[in-house]
Design a protein around this ligand. Structure first.
Ligand code: GUN
Length: 293
């Protein structure tokens, strides 16, 4: 029976370290890290995420600036707000909640964010720096995946991994972070052939394709660590829907060595990593050393 990796516990530990470092930079350097979150429209799931980001930012002792914009906001208005936040000395992190509705061009919006304040790590400057092996602000969900893996294995050096999924938000940056940990990485995606065989060979499985329960228990190497990034809502059964990951959790439980649940795994880590990135950005902008988070 696999060990269940408790994302709540790992995320709470990270939030505590961030809050401690925020208190230190406030008292020693009179610096209050500030995060601006932009939400366009009224997608219910996005509203839940943004509320949670706001509450957790304040709980860590940081300043939180919420900007709710109507669905019909123009590209020019959105870009003007980003340029204003780029210049605002109280703002160290800018996050535009994705997906953006309708005709708005997410790529242009992300390009407009000052890379020093790009706490989502999505600006090509940060993505390129990460791919080049240079210091960079890095997307939050892949950072969370690494921390969860390290709660099981103190060193990942020499291990083998598969990343299933190649999105800019998760799969691609996760590959780079694993390389930085000296992991041997296979990159797979929806068109990969022989996925079960590829998965069966590796010590670490990262599933981030958004296909409910795609990865079956008997595809997994006995004892492997499984990090499930998927959050999929099932069709209603008896009037009720369920959240499931990209891994068939109950099958995998008998075979894996450790596994993250959905919910309660990776999802818990993303906002905690966002707080850590905001603190890192604030320290870098102020010319202070990297915080100890
Ligand atoms: N929507 C879902 N996850 C994320 C994320 O990590 N960042 C942003 N900006 N939007 C998201």
């Amino acid at each position: 029976m696999a060990r269940i990796i408790d994302g709540k516990v790992v995320a709470a530990e990270l939030r505590n370290r961030v809050a401690g470092e925020v208190a230190r930079v406030k008292s020693q350097h009179d610096l209050t890290p500030g995060l601006a979150v932009l939400l366009v429209g009224n997608d219910p799931a996005s509203e839940v995420y943004v509320r949670s980001k706001h509450a957790q930012t304040q709980a860590a002792g940081m300043a939180s600036f919420e900007h709710k914009l109507p669905t019909d906001v123009t590209q020019a208005e959105l870009l003007a707000l980003i340029l204003k936040l780029n210049r605002d000395p109280a703002v160290h992190g800018i996050l535009v909640q994705l997906p953006l509705p309708g005709p708005l061009n997410a790529e242009a919006v992300i390009h407009a964010i000052d890379p020093a304040k790009d706490v989502d790590g999505l600006h090509p400057s940060n993505a390129g720096r990460l791919a080049g092996g240079f210091a960079a602000l890095t997307p939050c969900t892949p950072l969370g995946c690494i921390l969860l893996t390290k709660s099981v294995h103190s060193s990942l050096e020499g291990m083998s991994a598969i990343v299933i999924g190649r999105s800019n938000l998760v799969g691609r940056p996760l590959v780079q972070l694993l390389l930085n940990q000296n992991v041997t990485v296979t990159i797979a995606h929806s068109r990969s052939r022989d996925l079960p065989q590829l998965i069966r060979r590796v010590d670490l499985v990262y599933a981030a394709v958004g296909r409910p329960e795609l990865v079956r228990g008997d595809w997994i190497k006995p004892g492997a660590t499984v990090i499930d990034v998927g959050i999929n809502r099932t069709a209603a059964e008896g009037g009720k829907t369920r959240l499931v990951g990209d891994v068939a959790f109950h099958e995998a439980l008998d075979i894996a060595g450790a596994i993250t649940p959905v919910p309660g795994g990776v999802g818990q880590m993303t906002v905690a990593c966002l707080l850590a990135n905001t603190l890192r950005a604030a320290c870098a902008i102020a010319g202070l050393p990297n915080p100890a988070v």
